[in-house]
Design a binder for this molecule. Structure first.
Ligand SMILES: Cc1ncc(COP(=O)(O)O)c(C=O)c1O
Length: 400
């Protein structure tokens, strides 16, 4: 019989009932160090007092009004994002997937309104992930995500990750935009080198294309800048945001320049919940915390410490790990052992990591992680790796 919850997830046998900072408490009382943060969602950890206050204060005042009316919390969050980024304007969504939908619509409408309705194609990259909607899966294009869900939304052209010539060759008079994650998350923590992001910006400028950055996973302080593209010294035309911006409250956003957003006039797009008072009150509290030099400096300092310790861990367990990659507190351990074995051994040793493609385990801890948490992370990952080593050794000893 089908379970009452549609069985689309492979869930670990864990049930968390409470969270504080970087720690989660399981129903049986065990405390787990959370290096996954809900896949880069709990940017400020669990139950951060500023977020709890923002949410409860707003809950006492007003939960929801329609976008038929003015929403001061939404205005405040949009103003903060415009102040701190390249963007001139912001639309609020509830998730990364919805941000992808709007990014695609915005790019197409831009060219439609410029009397170039044939320009509908968006160049994307293998290994990318942009959500699970019809546009999101067509954008990513992988068989794993698209099989059985056809006919797919047309208009996406897939290029090999890192292949700039491939991008240039893929441009035709139908091309509207290039869409890319500055650091691929689901794809296995694959950062796009700064020089390549710069080159993509240049290609867009040379060909009159829009550059859409998907910062759903790598944005909101995760790489040590408020948004990852800042490291490359470029700006996009459109940017997709979600996850960290709500700190655990479902919230997303599309940020855009005035020009890129010019087609999105009244009535062209909307969302019942997007930008509601609860979500935006929390979003304001998140941005107030994260968008400060001191906070971002802290992320960079802790990222440096964690990365250095992970290098040591790899040296200790060369059979289990191959390399550490990523940037800021968006790190991946490329495994030699099966990544899922390492994730499971982590559960046994009360540390949470997240698997990704390319046999990687992701470390996406709360950005508020402490130095003690980092020390604990390494102790627990070390034990988990030793456990994986033992099972690899005993598997080798076992005759076929
Ligand atoms: C880069 C990227 N884009 C889009 C999404 C989709 O976001 P959501 O699951 O909030 O719809 C994700 C989710 O993991 C993501 O990592």
């Amino acid at each position: 019989m089908i379970p009452s919850v549609l069985p689309t997830y492979n869930r670990a046998p864990l049930t968390f009932v409470k969270g504080e900072g970087a720690w989660l408490t399981e129903a049986d009382g065990r405390r787990f160090l959370d290096l996954g943060a809900g896949i880069a969602v709990n940017a400020l950890g669990h139950a951060h007092p500023a977020l709890v206050n923002a949410l409860t204060e707003q809950a006492h005042a007003l939960w929801h009004v329609s976008n038929l009316y003015h929403i001061p919390q939404q205005q405040a969050l949009a103003d903060k994002l415009v102040e701190h980024t390249f963007a001139d304007t912001v639309f609020f969504t509830n998730s990364g997937t919805e941000s992808c939908e709007l990014a695609v619509k915005m790019a197409r409408k831009y060219f439609y309104d410029k009397d170039q309705p044939e320009r509908v194609e968006i160049i994307t990259f293998d290994g990318s992930f942009h959500g699970r909607s019809s546009a999101g899966i067509a954008a990513a294009g992988s068989e794993k995500m698209t099989k059985g869900f056809g006919p797919l939304l047309p208009g996406f052209v897939h290029v090999t990750f890192g292949d700039l010539d491939g991008v240039t060759n893929a441009i035709t008079d139908k091309t509207a935009a290039i869409m890319i994650e500055p650091v691929q998350g689901e794809g296995g923590i694959r950062p796009v080198p700064d020089a390549e992001l710069k080159a993509l910006r240049q290609i867009c400028d040379d060909n009159g294309l829009l550059l859409i950055l998907d910062e759903v996973q790598c944005g909101v302080g995760r790489t040590g800048k408020l948004f990852a593209h800042e490291w490359a010294g470029i700006t996009p035309d459109i940017m997709m945001v979600a996850k960290g911006i709500g700190g655990g409250f479902p919230l997303g956003a599309v940020l855009a320049t005035e020009d890129a957003a010019s087609g999105m006039t009244a009535g062209t797009h909307g969302s019942t919940y997007g930008g509601n008072p609860l979500g935006c009150a929390v979003g304001c509290a998140v941005i107030d915390q994260v968008a400060t030099p001191a906070f971002l400096e802290g992320v960079n300092r802790k990222a440096g410490m964690l990365r250095q310790k992970l290098e040591g861990l790899i040296a200790e367990h060369p059979e289990v790990f191959e390399e550490v990659r990523g940037t800021g507190l968006m790190l991946g351990l490329k495994c030699k052992a099966l990544n899922i074995d390492m994730v499971n051994a982590g559960y046994d040793n009360e540390v949470i990591t997240v698997p990704a493609a390319d046999n990687v385990i992701r470390l996406l801890p709360p950005l508020t992680l402490t130095e003690d948490d980092i020390a604990q992370a390494v102790i627990r990952l070390d034990k988990a790796a030793a456990q994986v080593e033992e099972s690899m050794a005993s598997a080798q000893d076992t005759p076929e």
